[in-house]
Design a protein around this ligand. Structure first.
Ligand code: HEC
Ligand code: HEC
Length: 466
């Protein structure tokens, strides 16, 4: 009897012990609900100084408008923002003067056409261009330029050969890259359209597009380059994975001959990426109330840091992709890759996706929660630039449906943090941002709505310090 009882207790003990040692409810994932960490991929190293030289003098776009024609039309007296010498002196930072493969000096568009912008009168390298008007068809300008080059040199000239691929590229993308409002950029669409004209294996040009390209453009605000060093994948939807230099080398698709030229661009693009990684955001130029900012830091840590990371002496950045349901911002950019797989399918089978330093475009549901360094300087906000100020971003009821800014880069609103704007009753011209259009929506990201106005004020003050 005693033995049975003892056995019973021993069993009970074993059972109880087993029960308690059984893994309890799964420990929650270490990232917030609705988010997925983006894994890092290996990157090549590069030489930052060489990268800057290549950026402002290099021939990664190797064909362009003959220098003599360019000077006649535009002059050569642009403000010398980047202090270039030689033939490039007095040419806007948006262009490089390069020797085309046949030796003719040409003026070619560069990365800085989209990745540099003036703010409070000063050119900030790496700040996304937010003022260019992409609403018209660029092909029209090239019809005029074609005539000028033919008239001056004739179609059998080296000048025409050095120019023609640029015109051919813009003629192909022109009708497919028109945005509906001034400010946002059609870059995603530029590459999708060029891919339709490139043989995926050797990247040579094909006149008739290989697949249909939809005319709708998904507008994007150009992201600041100084954020790149924290990110594990490129682009708002974390689409670009693998080697970042290889991804950025796609700019060659506009004019290059074929994959032998792509290979040359690819090797030197590693230096540009190395230089981009050295960039720091500009400091907030006006006064900051440090006590208030300190209170705002606590608000940030409680409500925002889990997605956007921590700033200051102990920096962290979680690299999270936030699904559409959770972030709720305009879905078009993320969804377009599901409904239109032609471009990324082409890319993932192409020259760019081969070899040890390959890159891929892998569509996702949602957007990356970006680092917020220098956020005061990068208005307008969200991936489509639909929200003019940080105050509006943090209180969704304030966001204007139709709004208009002067596009004067010194019209900065240091209370609301962003662009001064007027609310409009409807869209009357290209300068009016219309958030009712597909792709241009300003909804979602309501994480600031729960805050009371004092906390929001403090948070805004803190955001000035990032
Ligand atoms: C026509 C405008 C344009 C030009 C020219 C351009 N870019 Fe961009 N770039 C963009 C836009 C717009 C995005 C954001 C696209 C997105 O996320 O969907 C971007 C994104 C990037 C990113 C990723 C940034 C991030 O945080 O995810 C890198 C890196 C980059 N560009 C490098 C370059 C380099 C290098 C060049 C020149 C060789 C270049 N770009 C030329 C418009 C341009
Ligand atoms: C659940 C994750 C999450 C939380 C919490 C969150 N954000 Fe975001 N945030 C995002 C994502 C994702 C985006 C990009 C959305 C887009 O562009 O469509 C974003 C975008 C932003 C932007 C615009 C960035 C730009 O360059 O346009 C700002 C500013 C911002 N968040 C600030 C905040 C602040 C301040 C808080 C706290 C009140 C906060 N966020 C809370 C995920 C989050």
């Amino acid at each position: 009897m005693q033995k049975t009882l003892l056995l019973y207790f021993v069993l009970l003990l074993v059972l109880t012990f087993n029960c308690t040692s059984e893994p309890g409810p799964e420990p929650g994932p270490d990232h917030p609900e609705g988010t997925t960490p983006i894994p890092a991929s290996t990157q090549r190293s590069g030489d930052a100084d060489a990268g800057y030289q290549y950026l402002i003098y290099g021939d990664y776009v190797s064909h362009g408008i003959p220098l003599a024609v360019f000077k006649q039309v535009y002059g050569a007296a642009d403000p010398d923002d980047i202090g270039r010498s030689g033939n490039s002196a007095g040419i806007s930072f948006r262009f490089n003067v390069v020797a085309a493969p046949n030796g003719v000096q040409v003026v070619a568009p560069t990365c800085l056409a989209c990745h540099a912008e003036r703010l409070n009168g000063q050119l900030v390298l790496g700040l996304g261009n937010n003022t260019t008007d992409n609403t018209s068809d660029q092909a029209a300008n090239f019809q005029a330029a074609d005539l000028a080059v033919q008239f001056l040199y004739g179609k059998n000239s080296p000048e025409w050969a050095a120019y023609y691929p640029l015109s051919r590229g813009y003629m192909a993308i022109g009708p497919y890259t028109r945005t509906k409002v001034r400010g946002p950029n059609p870059a995603d669409k530029i590459f999708a359209t060029l891919a339709a004209h490139r043989n995926s294996t050797d990247l040579s040009w094909i006149d008739a597009p290989q697949f249909t390209v939809p005319t709708a453009v998904v507008p994007t605000d150009v992201p600041a380059w100084w954020l790149l060093k924290k990110k594990n994948a490129l682009y708002y939807n974390a689409l670009g994975v693998g080697d970042f230099a290889r991804l950025s080398a796609a700019s060659g698709m506009l004019v290059m001959q074929d994959s032998s030229e792509a290979r040359q661009i690819d090797t030197r693009m590693t230096d540009i990426i190395a230089w981009i990684r050295t960039l720091e955001p500009p400091a907030y130029p006006n006064a900051i109330d440090q006590n208030l900012a300190q209170q705002g830091k606590l608000v940030f840590e409680k409500n925002c840091a889990k997605c956007h990371g921590n700033y200051g002496s102990t920096e962290t950045y979680p690299n999270l992709l936030v699904n559409l349901k959770t972030v709720g911002t305009d879905p078009l950019l993320s969804q377009t890759y599901q409904t239109y797989p032609e471009y990324h399918t082409w890319y993932n089978n192409s020259w760019y996706a081969q070899g040890a330093h390959k890159a891929q475009l892998l569509p996702n549901d949602g957007y990356i929660a970006p680092p917020l360094d220098g956020i005061w300087a990068t208005a307008p906000y969200l991936h489509n630039g639909s929200v003019p100020t940080l105050e509006d971003l943090l209180d969704s009821e304030l966001r204007p449906v139709y709004w208009k800014r002067s596009f004067d880069n010194s019209d900065y609103d240091s209370v609301k943090l962003g662009w001064k704007y007027s609310q409009e009753a409807s869209k009357t011209d290209a300068n009016t941002y219309d958030t009712t259009l597909p792709g241009y929506g300003n909804g979602g990201h309501t994480f600031g709505d729960v805050l009371d106005s004092a906390s929001r004020r403090a948070l805004l003050e803190y955001l000035k310090t990032l």
